[in-house]
Write a protein that binds this ligand. Structure first.
Ligand SMILES: [Zn+2]
Length: 271
């Protein structure tokens, strides 16, 4: 009995220590898809980023549909106000395959007879298909999604890293927000643009960012991530502005000191 009286409290104490230690070293596993992805990707750095460097890091390849052909058969100017996110739901085609298909008019549909969108993103590359100053055919026929938004397709082919694709898409969207002054509330899922005449007007697209076919927590996380990338670009401009202001103040101070010296020299000279 004497032994037990000693062993039981000691064992309880050891268990309590173990629980405490595990609490300290292993944070709770994320319970949601967004939480898991955020952990896998790591936090977006809270530091200014030169927009030119951000643009370079996208690995953007411009491979436009021939002017006046297929998706660009009609010249339709656009001043982009929104960014629309899609996913290809194509398990075999990478970004290059989609560029090829668009460039030979293989994807029929839309108002002009051919589908087209602005960018396709895969894990390591972005390919541009039409200028951001021209409208695409990717969302809602003659609706605002097509008339005013830049369309981005995320690849889903086998072997493509989904998280790397998501992150590259977030950075591309951030860069487009910055260059076209598009506010974060104008980042839209294809879902947000109803297709007139369809029994299911709001498409389940991009499906892996939606919950039960609707934008929810995962979509909000993704938009938040885009916004954090965008903030870095704006922070850079602010840092440059502050530096210029400091340089200007230093220049004025120097001028003032020089002026005082000259005046004093004049006075002494006069005396
Ligand atoms: Zn779509």
């Amino acid at each position: 009995m004497k032994h037990l009286r000693f062993i039981i409290p000691s064992a309880l104490f050891a268990v309590a220590l173990l629980i405490l230690a595990s609490c300290n070293t292993h944070p709770a596993a994320p319970r949601t898809k967004a939480g898991f992805w955020e952990r896998e990707l790591g936090a977006v750095a809270n530091a200014p980023l030169n927009p030119a460097d951000a643009q370079k890091a996208l690995n953007l390849k411009v491979n436009l549909i021939p002017e006046g052909k297929y998706g660009r058969r009609l010249f339709r100017e656009m001043k982009p106000r929104y960014i629309t996110i899609h996913s290809t739901q194509n398990p075999t085609g990478d970004a290059y395959a989609h560029a090829k298909a668009l460039n030979r008019g293989a994807l029929r549909g839309g108002v002009c007879g051919y589908l087209c969108w602005h960018f396709t993103v895969q894990e390591d590359t972005v390919i541009q298909h039409i200028p951001t100053s021209e409208r695409g055919e990717h969302a809602d026929f003659d609706g605002p999604g097509n008339r005013y938004s830049i369309g981005i397709e995320m690849c889903e082919h086998k072997g493509n890293d989904q998280l790397a694709t998501l992150e590259r898409t977030a950075k591309l969207a951030a860069s487009l927000m910055y260059h076209h002054q598009i506010p974060v509330e104008n980042i839209r899922a294809h879902y947000h643009w109803p297709r007139k005449g369809y029994s299911t007007p709001n498409k389940d697209c991009p499906h892996f960012l939606l919950e039960n076919g609707q934008p929810g927590e995962t979509w909000r996380w993704f938009v938040g991530r885009i916004n954090r990338h965008y903030t870095r670009l704006v922070q850079f401009d602010e840092a440059v502005r502050q530096q210029k202001q400091q340089e200007e103040e230093a220049r004025r101070r120097k001028q003032m000191v020089q002026w005082i010296w000259t005046r004093m020299g004049d006075l002494i000279g006069l005396g």
